[in-house]
Design a protein around this ligand. Structure first.
Ligand code: AMP
Length: 547
């Protein structure tokens, strides 16, 4: 017997309709590429998203055609989020930090028809447009009078001229909720990137999940600053959860430095911010010397790479801001786990609570997790046994776009498909997952595993260390031994011996790195993560002391 409830597809257009009807005067604030601050409301987003939909119809796009963006976090990008997906097309957000060749490859692979870009990225478009063979329309996200006359890009049109003249009346199409809505290519460091293709259904379910109290706890009382880019896994789904709840959104545009971020947080009464650790490092680096404080910020979600304990401490102890450690992946839309305490933890001493907060967190309802050994045998959830982390759920990929390389899923004995994350983790009896490492970064020394994340966390807890990256180096006896590459804080001094001494008592003796290499910078990938492949290349001639 079927239930007798209305069967309404879950669509992204429902989100923007809801935001307009129930939070029409909710504010959206953006720092623009032009340098000024732009303000309008959810009602304006909805109206202009419908204009975008009409403008796309004017381009004679079919359902499911891809519309690409190369843009910062800002209001025009938000309009495209709803106008493109709402009208049945697929929003393809491209990471502008990728190499231009890779951008062209991705645009061709996705068969993008339209590309909308912020003027900051005009030089990239000038370099790649001739190689992008499927793109028919180039749209510069600016006013008509800001459009350069000699850009060299055929038929370049300004966003405002393109959509501004359209009607703001549009009937969103009804469609299967499993229709594709947006896509994001993985930041894969080897081989060609692969695309996760999200659906309306997966996006809405993820938006509900992300807003839960034990996840990001997003409400109509929040002013949210997503520093995490809208070109990286839909800014962790925040634009959708904000529309669902009517939260105020504050967009940083190109201003990602500590000073610009701090000014926005204070100026706009931001209560909640989200980003990768490197961004918060810059923010704290700006605030500390100037003795600055937060007035409204109460919590921040930090994920994308392991959040160093020293950062959680600094936010909590010095600024009274709750740090929520999160783990996710492009293939998971992206949220998998988030770290919040349970009722029974509230009476624990602060140090015990801190041990929990350092973990990547508990599964969000919808996500199933397990850890397995090399033979695929499930490992106990005792907080000690580690294994390859596998996940499944309604917002986890089943396949990559165009299916290259076959299904990524691993079938269990019952034929159920699990997605192998490539991360190695432990899960404790309370369900808290902790990433030990990326499986390819873990250091295998004398048959034991050393977590590069643990080694890095200790180094960055030293007051003279700004950044640290640990890699394994070949060793004739132990197979591999860890070394740590360190960037010193400006003006700070520390010797190799000092840092190695700092490790004593903080980790097992055999896990202490064999050497410290001081470097000017650590290579970062397009999403702000440390690029260890590149670091290994840079240090390819390095020889361990005494070898
Ligand atoms: P991406 O698909 O580019 O978002 O990268 C996903 C990968 O980032 C994961 O598989 C992890 O290796 C890493 N990652 C994400 N969040 C965390 C975290 N909180 N701690 C450690 N690694 C993380």
């Amino acid at each position: 017997m079927l239930g007798l409830m209305q069967n309404q597809p879950l669509l992204i257009s429902n989100l923007i309709d809801f935001a307009e009807h129930h939070h029409g005067d909710g504010e959206i604030v953006s720092r623009r590429v032009e340098g000024d601050i732009h303000r309008y409301t959810w009602g304006d987003v909805a109206r202009r998203a419908r204009q975008v939909a009409n403008a796309l119809d004017g381009f004679k796009l079919d359902m499911s055609d891809r519309v690409a963006t190369l843009a910062w976090n800002g209001y025009r990008h938000l309009e495209l989020y709803f106008g493109v997906s709402g009208s049945g097309r697929v929003l393809h957000t491209i990471n502008p930090r990728l190499h231009p060749e890779q951008i062209a490859w991705i645009a061709n692979h996705a068969e993008d028809q339209v590309l909308c870009f912020d003027m900051t990225f005009l030089p990239i478009i000038q370099a790649v447009h001739a190689k992008c063979t499927t793109i028919r329309h180039w749209v510069a996200m600016c006013d008509a009078d800001k459009l350069p006359s000699d850009s060299g890009i055929p038929n370049l049109i300004s966003y405002e001229a393109w959509m501004g003249q359209q009607s703001s009346t549009y009937t969103w199409p009804s469609m299967d909720e499993n229709s594709a809505s947006s896509m994001c290519y993985t930041s894969g460091t080897t081989g060609h990137p692969k695309a996760a293709l999200y659906s309306h259904r997966s996006t809405i379910l993820h938006a509900y999940a992300a807003a839960l109290p034990d996840v990001m706890c997003i409400s109509a009382r929040d002013a949210i600053l997503p520093v995490v880019p809208m070109f990286h896994v839909n800014a962790w789904g925040i634009p959708y959860s904000a529309a669902m709840t009517g939260a105020k959104l504050v967009f940083p545009g190109p201003g990602m430095d500590g000073k610009s971020i701090y000014e926005l947080i204070e100026g706009e009464g931001v209560t909640f911010a989200a980003g990768v650790p490197t961004v918060w490092q810059m923010l704290l680096g700006h605030m500390k010397p100037a003795g600055l404080r937060f007035s409204n910020l109460t919590r921040t979600v930090i994920g994308g790479s392991a959040c160093p304990p020293a950062m959680i401490d600094a936010f909590r102890d010095e600024y009274n801001v709750d740090v929520l450690h999160a783990w996710g992946m492009t293939e998971l839309s992206p949220l998998g786990t988030l770290c919040t305490l349970k009722n029974k933890h509230l009476k624990l001493p602060a140090e015990e609570q801190m041990k929990i907060r350092l973990k990547q967190g508990r599964a969000i309802f919808g996500i199933d997790m397990k850890i397995v050994d090399d033979a695929g045998h499930e490992q106990p959830h005792d907080g000690k046994a580690y294994g390859d982390l596998l996940v499944k759920g309604p917002w986890v990929v089943a396949d990559y776009f165009k299916g290259e390389g076959g299904s990524p899923l691993v079938k269990d004995a019952d034929g159920v498909g699990w997605f192998p994350t490539g991360d190695v983790a432990t899960i404790d009896p309370d369900g808290y997952m902790q990433i030990t490492d990326r499986s390819k970064d873990v250091i295998k020394s004398g048959g034991e595993w050393i977590s590069s994340i643990d080694i890095e966390n200790i180094a960055v807890a030293h007051p003279a260390v700004a950044m640290a990256a640990c890699i394994g180096v070949k060793h004739p006896k132990w197979d591999e031994r860890p070394i740590v590459a360190v960037v010193k804080k400006p003006g700070a001094e520390i010797s190799r011996e000092d840092l190695l001494k700092f490790y004593e008592g903080k980790t097992a003796k055999w896990q202490i790195p064999d050497d410290v290499v001081f470097v000017d910078s650590i290579p970062l990938g397009a999403t702000g993560k440390m690029l260890k492949t590149k670091l290994r290349e840079q240090l390819k001639d390095y020889v361990l002391p005494g070898v």
